[in-house]
Design a protein around this ligand. Structure first.
Ligand code: ZN
Length: 89
């Protein structure tokens, strides 16, 4: 069957990040108790969260996003490097 496939790229500008935000299992239980949806993967790299895993939170231009620890640490390092570069100007 002929088809057209279009993929959209969306950029999220990160303004802040919290590396130790919440343990996924506690987050999942609270959400489920309130019948809210749970996204079980990192918003950036799609790494699946384990119940005992610490998640990070990234503040972006399109709202707050849950990210894995590795991504949160990378973003934190990038934000720090950017802040240092701005100070040097
Ligand atoms: Zn990630």
């Amino acid at each position: 069957m002929p088809e057209i496939v279009r993929t959209r790229t969306t950029r999220y500008v990160i303004t802040w990040v919290r590396v130790d935000f919440l343990v996924f299992g506690a987050f999942r239980e609270t959400r489920e108790r309130h019948h809210m949806s749970v996204c079980p993967t990192c918003y950036n790299c799609r790494h699946p969260f384990q119940d005992d895993e610490m998640m990070g939170l990234a503040g972006t231009s399109k709202g707050n996003k849950l990210v894995c620890r590795a991504c949160a640490e990378t973003f934190q390092a990038e934000l720090r490097a950017e802040a240092l570069a701005e100070e040097a100007v």
